[in-house]
Design a protein around this ligand. Structure first.
Ligand code: PFF
Length: 453
């Protein structure tokens, strides 16, 4: 097994995986739809109380058994069906990749159109306002529903993944993350500063940070837990795979706390960018959910600022970096599986995963354009994939992992991994074990049932 070269590198790579579209884009939309600051509070509780222990359990499996997401179960529980938990993670990863790559393609298209200025070229503010909601809705439709453009950019985005992944763990993933993560934080800080300095931004800050506890409902809790799991990259096999590249001296508990805290920090910074800007420009009604937020509402904000194309390019660069460091991590799950299980070389494994994906994702990109009339094709390609993986596969894999590490793994396995064979105090490991046995299964079964009922 290759190992990450440095501690900073392994943290950058793992944070890079966690900070993706789920944190940068899905988080503000969830806050908006679930009562603002009330959701934030429950999300923070979910990250620390459930997210960290589940993350630690995946780290322990990966680093302790040094194998892919299926191999760890096969090694430790041979002859049982526990390997299906890992197989579920590998399958979910492949399916998630199909639609995630498409969004990566749209992002790349917006980045290019910001760089050459064409994104704002036809922009004329609506009479009496500085905005043109319909203009940017048309722009979005022309990209998302295009005949070939979305497909082409999706294929290019998959190509970028191939370049990074062919470089391997150290020279590809680690090196890219060491550059991408600091860049991401600098861009985020810059946008936070600008957004908070806008006149009228305070209302947005209040919405995001002043909790109304009466808004904490069971649905808000369930959504916050789902968001915490997605944004921390749990149950996708990513953390098992990356931890198999951690050294024996890595402190797993500390790494989980750092990765989760930095992911939370990015989510909060995104909230401090989006809500103040939206309230400063009075865009609350213009859509802060789904694709509308980043592809319609934010371009409207940029259009109202001086140097629109520059800010827009910087934002879509941020989004592209976040997406790329996540897609490489999830692709690595399947690549590592092929290398370990099938004995493929790195190059073969990368191409075997990404070339078919390039074709599949490009077809997926057409599901809003030429294929949209083929209802079945459109559904299978995008929405159904998204819902099936998020609502069914991920909760089942998380449940299997918690039950396995909490109850089935050999006695002392989690403690030995978390304390590095007794080097650290066992209190944290004991707390994680307790949560994995009781709290996590109950919480995940609740999400699962609420998703399918
Ligand atoms: N934590 C990642 C995110 O929030 O985007 C989860 C993820 C999803 C990673 C899809 C990679 C991916 F392809």
């Amino acid at each position: 097994m290759p190992l990450f070269r440095t501690k900073i590198g392994l943290i950058a790579a793992t944070v890079g995986s966690a900070v993706g579209l789920g944190t940068v884009w899905r988080f503000p939309a969830e806050v908006q739809g679930n009562g603002g600051a009330a959701f934030l509070i429950v999300y923070i509780a979910c990250v620390f109380l459930l997210g960290i222990p589940i993350m630690v359990s995946e780290f322990a499996l990966g680093r302790g058994l040094r194998s892919d997401a299926v191999g760890v179960f096969r090694k430790q529980a041979p002859g049982t069906a526990w390997w299906t938990v890992g197989a579920g993670a590998v399958l979910a990863s492949f399916l998630i990749l199909c639609f995630y790559m498409v969004v990566g393609g749209w992002t790349l298209d917006y980045l290019m159109q910001s760089l050459d200025g064409s994104l704002f070229a036809g922009f004329r503010p609506e009479a009496g306002t500085t905005f043109a909601d319909s203009y940017f809705t048309d722009v979005k439709d022309s990209i998302v529903c295009s005949d070939w453009e979305a497909s082409l950019y999706t294929a290019v985005f998959v190509g970028l993944n191939i370049v990074v992944l062919l470089g391997g763990v150290q020279s590809g993933i680690e090196r890219m993350s060491n550059i991408a993560m600091p860049l991401l934080f600098v861009i985020l800080l810059l946008f936070c500063g600008i957004s908070l300095a806008l006149p009228g931004s305070l209302k947005g800050v209040e919405f995001f940070l002043t909790p109304d506890f009466s808004k904490i409902t069971p649905t808000v809790c369930i959504n916050a837990l789902g968001q915490a799991m997605f944004s921390l990259s749990l149950a996708m096999g990513i953390l098992i795979t990356y931890a198999s590249y951690y050294s024996n001296s890595t402190n797993l508990g500390q790494t989980a706390v750092i990765v989760s805290s930095l992911t939370l920090l990015v989510a909060i910074m995104m909230g401090l960018i989006i809500f103040p800007a939206v309230s400063a420009f009075g865009l609350e009604g213009h859509g802060v959910s789904g694709t509308t937020l980043v592809f319609v509402t934010l371009p409207e904000v940029f259009a109202a600022l001086p140097f629109s194309s520059f800010w827009s390019a910087l934002f879509f660069l941020l989004l592209m970096v976040a997406a790329l460091t996540s897609t490489v991590s999830i692709a690595e799950v399947v690549i590592c599986f092929l290398q370990e299980r099938m004995g493929c070389s790195r190059r073969r494994a990368v191409l075997a995963v990404l070339l078919p994906l390039m074709v599949l994702a490009s077809i997926c990109a057409l599901s809003f354009g030429p294929l949209k009339d083929f209802k079945i094709a459109g559904l299978i390609m995008f929405d159904a994939l998204d819902q099936f993986t998020n609502n069914i596969m991920l909760p089942l894999v998380a449940l299997g992992t918690s039950l396995y590490v909490g109850w089935v793994a050999p006695r002392g396995f989690l403690r030995d991994q978390v304390t590095n064979e007794g080097q650290y105090k066992p209190g944290f490991a004991k707390a994680c074990q307790l949560i994995l046995r009781w709290v996590a299964p109950v919480a995940i079964i609740t999400i699962f049932l609420s998703n399918i009922l």
